[in-house]
Design a protein around this ligand. Structure first.
Ligand code: ATP
Ligand code: MG
Length: 252
């Protein structure tokens, strides 16, 4: 696992409907240290996905640079794993085959790649479903496969864009607890994007509030781990921090 740094990143789109340029991201600098869990939170349209897509290498920045462990990145690469809101699993492959796909692309022989896949499937609590197809799983299970698949590639940095937004509230809380458990066990470097203030504060070591394409403020989340919703929901420090972040997001 490695560090991630973005320096003076900007992105201007051409909006064909308005026939004008729109600056979605302005001069954003940010660091995620090795093994750190950072969340970016902000209202719809503030540029969160644009930042993530630039880091993933899916779209080029208009200005600025992106460094993974000090090396400038251009274009997508296996050093950055991505988990989207919709899981994007291969529907014709089983859970095991989906998770083993990255290791297969890396050229690992079948026994090795299946061993890696089974390890991450177990970590995601899905051993019983390894031979099922995605359409035989619940939405929450599909998202867990998405996380397992990203981790099985051993990325330096895990990029997550609202990965739990499409599941129900109870499942989302379980997935958040599981993600923090997996993170504590493996300590991947994570940049997690969400518009949900509670989710950001629950998950992260640090929350970055984004407003109109700029960093408004960074807040350290000094809550102890492991974090569990039944304890935190009553916790004064959690309430204070969530309140602080919410104020910032609402003023954004
Ligand atoms: N391909 C594009 N062409 C033109 N404008 C774009 C394009 N993609 C995004 N934008 C604009 O850039 C801004 C930021 O979009 P972005 O998707 O990064 O926001 P977001 O913070 O992820 O929002 P949400 O929470 O709704 O997902 C918006 O104003 C959007 O309309
Ligand atoms: Mg988005």
């Amino acid at each position: 696992m490695k560090s991630l740094a973005i320096r003076n990143l900007s992105k201007t789109y051409f909006d064909a409907y308005a026939a004008a340029h729109v600056t979605a991201v302005r001069d954003v600098s940010l660091e995620v240290k090795e093994g750190e869990f950072v969340a970016i939170v902000g209202p719809s349209g503030c540029g969160k996905t644009t930042i993530l897509n630039m880091i993933a290498g899916f779209i080029p920045p208009s200005a600025g640079e992106i460094l993974v462990d000090g090396r400038a990145v251009k274009g997508p690469g296996p050093d950055r794993g991505v988990v989207f809101q919709s899981h994007a699993l291969f529907p014709w492959k089983t859970v095991l085959e989906n998770v083993a796909f990255g290791p297969k692309m890396r050229g690992l022989p079948r026994p090795e790649r299946e061993a890696i896949a089974r390890e991450y499937i177990a970590l995601a609590g899905l051993s019983h479903a390894a031979d099922r197809y995605p359409n035989e799983l619940s939405g929450g299970m599909q998202q867990r496969v998405g996380v397992a698949r990203a981790l099985a590639n051993h990325p330096d940095v895990l990029l997550m864009d609202e990965p739990f937004a499409s599941v129900d509230a109870q499942t989302r809380m379980t997935l958040q607890e599981e993600l923090t458990r997996i993170w504590q066990e493996r300590r991947p470097t994570i940049l997690f994007i969400t518009h949900d203030v509670g989710e950001a504060v629950f998950l992260a070591d640090r929350v970055v509030v984004l407003s109109k394409g700029r960093v408004l403020k960074e807040i350290d989340i000094d809550l102890p781990r492991p974090r569990r919703w039944d304890a935190l929901i009553e916790d004064d420090r959690f309430k204070t921090l969530s309140g602080q972040v919410l104020q910032l997001v609402r003023s954004a």
